[in-house]
Design a protein around this ligand. Structure first.
Ligand code: ASP
Length: 320
């Protein structure tokens, strides 16, 4: 039988945890393993590239960059880099951002003709006093730093655009089943966190449209003391809710990554009357290596690599 002293101690501990807004299951979880890498959607190849670095005690920043470069170079991936679907005028324009364990950040937006937007974002972070470069300025900066000019519009993407032009219906509603913006979070063996996010954005968007992916706090946010979060889905909604920053702040208040993702989606839904017509998925990790994932609709999945195993998991969702 449990002694009175133990009972009181456990009641006191529960009271403290509830004041801190920490659930018992969070406190009781065994220490998760690091390193780990987690990315939005089914991105096995990306995770494996990142894992190869983490497994050799590499830095999380190198791992997230290596991971993001995989879909950027994949012509079959129609939402990222080379092969991305163009805007309504036929131009592929890229958005990306990266954040490291020191809270440093780099971002490019509305950039054309350079395949590895994530590496340009990293160069902005490491080689300039700025955080974000846009359009022609980002492109010129990339060229000046050794990146090659490339045509990112594949034959398939061009054909999809030509088919879309027959009706030219501008409806900024993302397919709720699957899109491939890659958001990736990693924790290395030193327990340091980094994150990356890269996309060609909404297909057939207005020229000049920028989504959430290059916006710090919206598409991605990292705080090495707490954890990190990233988002995918209709960027306009994510920007208005500043979802990634919100998730990190909710974790700071004691929520688990899963509770934080759920709360962030609930808040986003509350201020988005048309939420049933769009998809948003959020991923988070905390410093301890626990993760969470949640979306508006069923169909959001994520890839987790941990302890030499890479698996795709289905996220829980708001609309049942
Ligand atoms: N978040 C991206 C954007 O709005 C799109 C996506 O994730 O599918 O540009």
């Amino acid at each position: 039988m449990i002694s009175r002293r133990k009972l009181l101690a456990s009641a006191a501990a529960t009271a403290v945890l509830s004041r801190l807004n920490i659930t018992k299951s969070f406190a009781a979880q065994p220490k998760p393993q690091v390193p780990l890498i987690i990315s939005t959607w089914n991105n096995r190849g990306a995770n494996e590239a990142g894992w190869a670095i983490l497994n050799k005690k590499g830095r999380a920043l190198d791992a997230v960059e290596a991971a993001a470069r995989v879909p950027e170079a994949d012509p079959k991936d129609t939402s990222v880099g080379y092969g991305g679907l163009p805007d309504r005028d036929g131009h592929v324009t890229l958005d990306a951002c990266i954040m490291d364990e020191k809270g440093r950040a780099g971002s490019v937006t509305f950039m054309e003709n350079i395949m590895h937007a994530i590496s340009v974002a990293r160069a902005v972070m490491e080689k300039t006093p700025h955080v974000m470069l846009a359009g022609e300025g980002a492109y010129q900066f990339a060229l000046a730093n050794g990146f090659k000019k490339e045509n990112l519009l594949t034959e398939n993407a061009k054909k999809a655009w030509e088919d879309w032009k027959k009706e030219s219906k501008y409806k900024p509603v993302i397919n709720i089943e699957r899109h491939d913006t890659i958001g990736v979070l990693a924790i290395d063996a030193k327990n340091d966190l980094s994150g990356a996010c890269t996309t060609s954005g909404l297909a057939f968007k207005m020229r000049g449209r920028v989504g959430d992916s290059p916006i710090l706090g919206a598409g991605l946010y990292i705080d090495n003391e707490i954890g990190g979060a990233c988002a995918t889905g209709l960027g306009e909604t994510v920007m208005r809710a500043v979802s990634s920053f919100l998730v990190v702040e909710l974790m700071r208040q004691g929520k688990t990554p899963q509770q934080a993702c759920e709360e962030a989606i609930r808040r986003l839904v509350k201020k988005t009357p048309e939420y049933k017509d769009l998809q948003v998925g959020i991923l988070a990790v905390n410093r301890a290596g626990e993760h969470g994932a949640y979306s508006i609709h069923k169909g959001f999945n994520y890839t987790l690599s941990l302890g030499n195993e890479t698996k795709v998991h289905e996220a829980d969702h708001f609309i049942k």
